[in-house]
Design a protein around this ligand. Structure first.
Ligand code: PXP
Length: 249
């Protein structure tokens, strides 16, 4: 069985810090603990409204990471300029709506006219580009045509179905993701990542899909850290990847 890597999204360490407008908890410190505990990379989403990660966090973190930074961002000129200054190993392009609580759906690549030039500018600067898309054959075809380096499949609908204990829907969403991975593998050499809404309780079925390179996990892992510590939360999440599905509750 191929076990995916774990990328940790540290946004919600910053959410907690910003709730009081103080300097703690420090997302940089958190990122370094995650690396030490076995994360293969650190993801952070610089949103247009700066609700969690701030510009200074990005600039500070890039000098300290020993793994790799995956900078999530919207397809805007402002973000492109920042990425070209920071030069993370990876950029993950995501759709962004001001009112949303979190990234609610994947990119609709076909309707983003400037995306080809955007990807090209990043790749010219030696930044690899991942596209956050729904597990939809049209989006996968579009990602391949655009020459992306990776796709990240949105697991939010699957995760939501697990929270609702709707087994029929869980099976349907899992099947969509499995088919999307198989299709991307067959048609391309894209790296295939996945993430959104994954928890220790629902991650195993996704982690055990052959062909997934990395899972990006934030909210549930940072929540676990409140009760077990960040180091243990990273280790526990990695253990949950390989748990037998039938005992994963
Ligand atoms: N991947 C992407 C592209 C995301 O936008 C997010 C949420 O910021 C995640 C993964 C992590 O999702 P969660 O916080 O629900 O684990």
């Amino acid at each position: 069985m191929n076990i995916p890597l774990l990328g940790v999204n540290i946004d919600h360490i910053a959410t907690l810090r910003n709730a009081r407008g103080v300097g703690y908890p420090c997302p940089i410190k958190g990122a370094l603990i995650c690396e030490q505990a076995g994360a293969s990379g650190i993801t952070l989403h610089l949103r247009e409204d700066r609700r969690h990660i701030q510009d200074e966090d990005v600039y500070e973190l890039i000098g300290q990471l020993t793994t790799r930074m995956n900078l999530e961002m919207a397809v805007t000129d402002e973000m492109l300029n920042i990425a070209l200054k920071v030069r993370p190993a990876w950029v993950c392009l995501v759709p962004e709506k001001r009112q949303e609580l979190t990234t609610e759906g994947g990119l609709d690549i076909a309707n983003l006219s400037n995306i080809q030039a955007f990807i090209h500018s990043l790749q010219q600067a030696d930044i690899k580009v991942s596209l956050f898309i729904d597990p939809d054959p049209h989006q996968i075809d579009a990602a391949i045509a655009l020459g992306a380096d990776a796709i990240e499949l949105h697991t939010g609908a699957y995760a939501q179905a697990t929270l609702q204990n709707n087994q029929k829907l869980v099976d349907k969403e899992l099947d969509r993701i499995q088919k999307a991975v198989a299709m991307a593998q067959k048609k391309s050499s894209l790296l295939i990542n996945a993430g959104h809404g994954l928890t220790r309780d629902n991650v195993a079925a996704i982690a055990q899909i052959d062909g997934i390179h990395e899972l990006n996990i934030g909210h549930a892992l940072i929540s676990d850290a409140i009760f077990m510590g960040l180091d243990n939360a990273v280790k526990a999440m990695k253990m949950a990847f390989v748990q037998d599905k039938t005992t994963n509750h």
